[in-house]
Design a protein around this ligand. Structure first.
Ligand code: SF4
Length: 462
């Protein structure tokens, strides 16, 4: 048992019987919005009232959805297999209990030890006292007509912070996919100029339980009417591409990804778990040392001048260093099953900004020695966004230029437009807890005013 677990278990032993008080017995909550989290519009207000507990309809499986950060019991949801084994060894049990409990949690969606029928009554009682299984609280969910699902979670103490998760289903020749876009931080410090999340500023890192909890809730959303014994794993792909820069919350993200890959949890193949980074070069090398998952790079510009503007971290780690780090990651190819065969390049198409034929030529030059596939993303404008979406014609000819140069180049299908499925959008409307978005909107308005003034002076002069 690690020292942390020993300390935590000891703390839990002395603070036993902490009652879980909650109004979740009804499974239905009212949105107790703080001033910060008031809906931004009437439409949002009507839309955001569905607040429910992430519990299943089986009454024995009901849990508190309150934030239990004062609860000294260990939240088993975020423990990797190794950590779970440490936990059981630490309380004098056999290691194999770890796999049993992980299956109950991640595959059957159980949050109450009483339901773990292959575990003795005595151990279940003990677990009740020492541990808990607490997913993040769902404060809003929306299922789109095209099958896209979106959740807003409240994490942390008190009014907490809001994060979001999007699930996008798709059919292809390999069957049906359910791809979940998972958040790693509350907000983001990197302030990419086209990104809604960046405009909200950074609040805090998510814990492993809060990260894997997003997968847990999405998986269970398909199991609500399925009897316990028939529940299964439904998520086929995970992309760490939601709110936040995952490499700046390294350890919790790696722990959560280990759970995604673990057969006792979600059992996803390495190639179906993708970490997307804007280019934190030193951490990219560390990722290569720690875990074999697919890599995507949010590139968005083919030269440093433009990328400095769109993705400010480029000023610290310019393109040459980033591409070299991506090459090193690929060079660690771990054999047949490895996810490190190529890098996916994400490139958001911004009208008149990065979508010229010259940009495509520069991109071809930049990537010619990096095994890569390119994914063009039509920009999804958000309120006060300073950019527009490139036209379909422009996107198609950009794609053709890259394909003709020998790259596999796809265009992301826009899904879930009716629920604001782009990064950071819904949370941005529900809660802006920093001054950054406000300042940024003021700046955009000021620039618009100056432009108008300039135009009118020019017209008068003419
Ligand atoms: S694009 Fe990603 S890294 Fe950039 S601000 Fe948005 S969330 Fe952060």
């Amino acid at each position: 048992m690690t020292e942390a677990f020993a300390a935590r278990s000891a703390q839990a032993e002395t603070a036993l019987q902490a009652p879980i008080t909650s109004d979740s017995q009804s499974g239905q909550h009212t949105l107790t919005a703080s001033a910060d989290s008031e809906p931004a519009s009437e439409a949002q207000a009507t839309d955001a009232v569905t607040v429910y507990s992430p519990v299943q309809p089986h009454s024995a499986n009901r849990i508190s959805t309150q934030n239990l950060t004062d609860d000294p019991r260990t939240n088993l949801l975020g423990l990797t297999r190794e950590q779970m084994e440490d936990f059981f060894v630490g309380i004098g049990e056999k290691k194999f209990r770890a796999g049993q409990v992980m299956k109950w949690i991640h595959q059957y969606g159980v949050t109450n030890f009483v339901e773990m029928s292959n575990i003795s009554g005595k151990l279940r009682e003990r677990l009740e006292q020492l541990a808990r299984i607490t997913p993040p609280e769902v404060v809003h969910r929306h299922y789109s007509a095209d099958g896209t699902r979106k959740w807003v979670f409240r994490v942390g103490e008190g009014a907490g912070s809001l994060i979001e998760t999007v699930l996008i289903p798709a059919e292809d020749k390999t069957g049906s996919r359910k791809t979940l876009c998972v958040s790693s931080q509350v907000g983001c410090a990197l302030d990419c100029s086209f990104c809604s999340t960046g405009k909200q500023g950074f609040q805090r890192d998510l814990t492993p339980a809060e990260i894997i909890g997003q997968v847990w809730v999405a998986n269970q959303s398909y199991m609500e009417d399925v009897p316990l014994t028939e529940r299964t794993r439904t998520i086929t792909n995970v992309v760490m591409m939601g709110m936040g820069e995952p490499l700046l919350n390294f350890d919790p993200v790696v722990s959560a990804m280990r759970l995604m890959l673990d057969d006792f949890a979600y059992g996803l193949s390495k190639r179906r778990v993708t970490l997307s980074t804007s280019g934190v070069v030193p951490m990219l090398d560390r990722l290569g040392e720690e875990i074999d998952v697919a890599l995507a790079i949010s590139l968005h510009a083919p030269n440093d001048t433009l990328r400095d503007e769109l993705v400010p971290i480029n000023r610290k780690y310019p393109l040459r260093e980033l591409v070299a780090a991506a090459r090193r990651y690929i060079a660690r190819d771990g054999g047949l099953e490895s996810a490190r065969k190529h890098v996916t390049i994400e490139y958001v198409m911004l009208d008149g900004v990065n979508d010229h034929p010259e940009h495509a030529r520069q991109l071809i030059q930049l990537l010619k020695t990096l095994p890569s596939k390119i994914n063009l993303i039509p920009f999804n404008p958000f309120p006060h966004a300073p950019y527009g979406r490139s036209s379909n014609n422009r996107i198609r000819s950009f794609q053709k230029q890259l394909s003709d140069a020998g790259f596999v180049c796809t265009v992301r299908t826009t899904r879930g437009d009716d629920i604001d499925a782009a990064c950071g959008q819904l949370v941005g409307q529900v809660a802006d807890r920093t001054r950054r978005a406000e300042r940024w909107q003021e700046k955009v308005q000021r620039q618009q005013g100056e432009r108008q003034l300039h135009e009118s002076v020019k017209t008068r002069g003419d």
